[in-house]
Design a binder for this molecule. Sequence first.
Ligand SMILES: [Fe+2]
Length: 242
Amino acid sequence: MEGTYDIHCHILPEVDDGSKSMDESIQMLKMQYEDGVRAIILTPHYRKNMFETPEEIIMRKFGSLQQRAEEKVSTDLKLHLGCELHTSMDMLELFQIRKNLTLAGSSFVLTEFSNTDSKDYVKERCYQLLSNGYQPILAHIERYECTYRNLDFVDELRQMGIRMQVNAGSILGSNGRSVKRYCRKLMKRDLLDFAGSDAHDTLQRPPSIGACATMLEKQMGYSYARRILIENPSKIVEENHG
Ligand SMILES: [Fe+2]
């Protein structure tokens, strides 16, 4: 499928535990392009006391990657800057001091929790984002106990206005059969909004939007695959540039 988006990946080099060099990043972008991806939101981790790369460095690497991608991959591959924000009690203050915590300058925030965070904590932190004008997208919800065990809770969060993302690898079965089954159940109940590669490198956690598109089409049909990989993500990018 051509013209797909990847809204979650760690391709920006040397800013988190993702790509370790500009060359590796270019390799990853080539894989994405060959897979039909034409727009990527780069989402380096921001996590207190773990990943706090200064914004100037992120901006500088983003500028170099954009330039190199135009030369070495294609001028037809759009790169946007975003972030995967690990929640904390003081995360809202961060929005005052950092510019790129949302996806591609939109109001959407790719929001990450710890695997054992409680339902109440997840709800409360998302509510804080919502009430401050941000739209949370829960990152890889197949990892959290509270969303993995309980689709009704996922439904409840969606009714609050929170969007759901799973990783392409989980849809494909790279994280086991039961995770794959979970993703399928989510889709059947129409509780999924986005799939992202969450790519960290070219081998262990590679970009896999192409295979994911094929699988979504096989399991759910062409228009569903388009909705998850093109239409929904395009609304993020267009909110700011539209
Ligand atoms: Fe991630």
